[in-house]
Design a protein around this ligand. Structure first.
Ligand code: ATP
Ligand code: MG
Length: 185
């Protein structure tokens, strides 16, 4: 499975619609301090289901929306779409027919507080997105996006926390998440 494309619009410093195409292999995002490199990884974290503003380096969810600059007015909504290709076959999501080898997941947030979620342009719930990603081993809670300081966290973590990384690598985490959900019902 590969990350093929990221489309950002109104997300953090990306006021205009911006398309990032990732070619096969290794991609590095380079640029001067403050140009928005980490905002790109925040966008990935957000679109795969991150709910905590703190983990997206903001104090509130509205900090995800472009809040204006000297030459630009603030915008009213942030939108991020992520396209994955070479997705493993056999994924099923209720209400989303014909899941192909390519999946496009979209998340929008409006200043009014409304959110919208889409898989392949079909409206869905956040849970459909997090369930889909759990099935393919992607989660904002684990090492899908490795941030500055993560490596140190792993090395210095308590045994119980370190077990979580091992469970992720072993593919156990999705079953634990579903057990937790079933016990809550
Ligand atoms: P460094 O090399 O220092 O790590 P970086 O390229 O990773 O920098 P980011 O942290 O991605 O930079 O981007 C920071 C910039 O994003 C800052 O200029 C900040 O003002 C801008 N920014 C963050 N949130 C918003 C927002 N909601 N609206 C407008 N600009 C924003
Ligand atoms: Mg950075």
């Amino acid at each position: 499975m590969i990350l093929k494309q990221l489309e950002l619009s109104g997300f953090k410093s990306f006021a205009d619609a911006t398309h990032l195409d990732f070619t096969r292999g290794f991609t590095a995002v380079v640029g001067p301090n403050g140009c928005g490199k980490s905002n790109v990884s925040d966008a990935i974290r957000w679109v795969i289901g991150e709910q905590s503003s703190k983990h997206l380096r903001g104090s509130r969810i509205a900090d995800l929306i472009f809040n204006g600059s000297a030459s630009r007015k603030p915008v009213h909504r942030a939108e991020v779409s992520m396209t994955l290709s070479d997705v493993p076959p056999g994924l099923r999501i209720a209400n989303i027919p014909n899941l192909s080898e390519e999946i496009k997941v979209t998340r929008c947030y409006h200043r009014s507080g409304e959110s919208e979620f889409y898989i392949n342009q079909v409206p869905c719930r956040l849970k459909d997105i997090t369930d889909l990603f759990l099935d393919i081993g992607i989660s904002p809670k684990v090492l899908t996006v490795i941030e500055q300081g993560n490596i140190q966290d792993i090395v210095t973590s308590k045994p119980d926390d370190r077990r979580m990384w091992i469970e992720e690598a072993a593919g156990v985490l999705k079953f634990k998440a579903r057990k937790h959900e079933a016990l809550r019902k």
